[in-house]
Design a binder for this molecule. Structure first.
Ligand code: F6P
Length: 355
């Protein structure tokens, strides 16, 4: 009997179920009754406290297009809490559960923090496979993460909707897009939604440059401006501050609202903020994600059959590419301000608020 564990960790996104389905269907197809799949509940917490359910072929049916996760999730355990807390050794507890179930492999569907933990478990001698989840597409070792394209559709739709009302009222609109510390989602949603200004953490903006871009549009007879702003975007002053100070400042007044107030003050234009927030992570996965997840899940099942463990199952140039977990752990994939895409977008007159 082959025994495989799986868990979904960190912020949820679309296509988690589609990925688990790919793994489950692949394994049952290959091993038939010879495989047992254990789904740990609410991320690493289920692995620590041995809370689980056995997954049968039925569990993987009808979930391809279902949002959320059939296993539940929780934030990965080493960000906010120490490894040993009140005498409870979390790593030892996870290893205990892994061994109690006599697992041959544990599949971790998670983003950056979660894959750091999976690399740690690998170091501790467990067989682990990571599957790249996140709407932020900020995971090192893969061109694309599942969730990103679905979130992109939603963020783009939000910008599309704002476009019409911004034009009717002649307003400046800031659409705050998720992405944590990385601007990939904002960049793509901004381009797809026809934003006039795109603000991302990788290119600190200057308020004067933002106002200049708004005024230039006015001079061209355009009475409204759309700004796609990453939730982690910073201005040039904030770029010089300590990260903790910036976080504290934005906790009091979110960056997008602060910017709207400044624009109003300096240009006299009426400015509004829209925050699509967690809608970007919700609902059904788009077709792209369903295909990507099915491929990644199926590839993970194939790797289990071959006894190939310790990798992030990534995709590069449209081919599945396993990358050692220790090579990607703790690395953030950010937008390169000198990349091709940035140059092309600049060349059509979209402002990044920096010049
Ligand atoms: O990492 C995914 C993400 O949606 C980020 O884009 C966002 O900053 C964060 O999670 C929000 O986290 P929470 O669900 O804890 O509010």
């Amino acid at each position: 009997m082959v025994r495989v564990g799986m868990l979904t960790s960190g912020g949820d996104c679309q296509s988690l179920n589609a990925t688990m389905r790919g793994i489950g269907k692949g394994l049952f197809n290959y091993y038939g009754d010879g495989v047992e799949i254990i789904g740990f509940l609410e991320g690493y917490r289920g692995l620590m406290y041995n809370e689980y359910k056995k997954l049968t072929p039925r569990d993987f049916s009808g979930i391809l297009d279902e949002g959320g996760t059939i296993l539940g999730t929780s934030r990965q355990p080493f960000k906010m809490m120490r490894v040993i807390e009140d005498g409870f050794d979390k790593v030892a507890a996870m290893k205990r559960t892994y061994k109690a179930h006599k697992l041959d492999c544990l599949c971790v569907l998670g983003g950056n923090g979660s894959q750091k933990t999976s690399a740690l478990l690998k170091e501790e001698g467990l067989n682990v496979l990571g599957l790249p989840k996140t709407i932020d597409n900020d995971l090192w070792g893969t061109d694309m993460t599942f969730g990103f394209q679905s979130a992109l559709n939603i963020a783009t739709e939000a910008i599309d909707c704002i476009h019409t009302t911004a034009a009717s009222h002649g307003r400046v609109f800031i659409i705050e897009v998720m992405g944590h510390k990385v601007g990939e989602l904002t960049l793509h949603a901004g381009v797809a939604g026809g934003a006039d200004i795109i603000l991302i953490p990788e290119i600190p903006y200057h308020i004067d440059a933002v106002c200049k871009a708004i005024q230039k549009r006015e001079e061209e007879g355009k009475n409204f401006t759309i700004i796609a702003m990453a939730e982690g975007a910073i201005n040039t002053d904030e770029a010089k501050m300590k990260k903790k100070e910036v976080e504290k400042k934005h906790a009091e007044l979110p960056a997008s609202f602060e910017l709207a107030a400044r624009i109003q003050e300096l240009t006299g234009c009426e400015a509004r903020v829209t925050v699509p927030g967690h809608t970007q992570r919700g609902g059904r996965p788009c077709p792209y994600d369903r295909v990507l997840s099915t491929r990644l899940g199926a590839a993970a099942a194939m790797m289990i059959e071959k006894g190939k463990f310790g990798y992030l199952v990534g995709i590069h140039n449209n081919e599945i590419t396993p990358v050692p977990l220790e090579d990607i752990a703790g690395k953030l994939k950010m937008v390169d301000p000198k990349s091709d895409i940035i140059k092309q977008i600049r060349s059509i007159g979209i402002s990044f608020g920096d010049e």
